[in-house]
Design a protein around this ligand. Sequence first.
Ligand SMILES: [Ca+2]
Ligand SMILES: [Ca+2]
Ligand SMILES: [Ca+2]
Length: 284
Amino acid sequence: MKRFILSSKKYYFSLVVLLCLLVGAGNSVQGQVTIVSDGLNSSTSLFTLSNGAYYTGSSATGDRPASSPFAIEGTHGRGVTNATATLTSNSNINTSNYSNITLSLRLAAFSIGSTANGVDATDYVRVEISPNSGTTWYNTVQVVGNNNAYWAYSTGTGNASTPYDGNTTTVQFAPDAGGNRIADGYSTITITSLPATSTLRVRITMLNNANSERWVIDDFKITGITSTPFGIKVMVRLLLTVLPGMMKQQTILMQSVLPVLFLWFQILLITIHLLVFPMQISRC
Ligand SMILES: [Ca+2]
Ligand SMILES: [Ca+2]
Ligand SMILES: [Ca+2]
């Protein structure tokens, strides 16, 4: 009867290679990934637009904040002045194969053509979530102004962050006062714990009511962690449990009560060994 025999040193080397492959595979399927994104650079892939405009370049020296970019990603952001603008998902977003699903969006508020304007308590940027293709919308987070407040993407450091909770009560964030805002200049909006569904949709509404007020948003993303198939989890855990014993007592394992597992494992090892040492397999 012919069979392959691996020397102990090469056997262990093959074990290590296999372990690295398994650990690498485990890590690769669990990383944070971008599910969808939209840079709003003079076009949009995710939204149907109503009102508003694309803005590029920077504010003027006489604006507030002065000489600050209208885009934080790419060339353009999407903004509104003296109107209500909406961005509504143009199709379902499939998040069903992910966990830790998070929406993020950047936001800046300007006084345009004036040093004394900015957004007020009645001006807002609102993000609504629909888990069912737009049948039901849940008003999830809202950033408002306060007495002519303004901030740039880089100088406002606040993060208006809240988990999605599937109710219609919005979580609101507002600066404490007007003028230039830093810690409570909410330049990031984050919604965590979004549902895993094939029918997720997002609606963003920006409103202000003066020609010297402007909201601008950019860099829309939904990210998540890829769910690991249960079989891979079991396989990785099982092999990581078994491997140390194999390294010490190969002979015992060969006579163990796990012949099916061992046969499968041996086939993998021989395959790797053939790849690594193609000319050094001996026969008897
Ligand atoms: Ca952009
Ligand atoms: Ca206003
Ligand atoms: Ca104002």
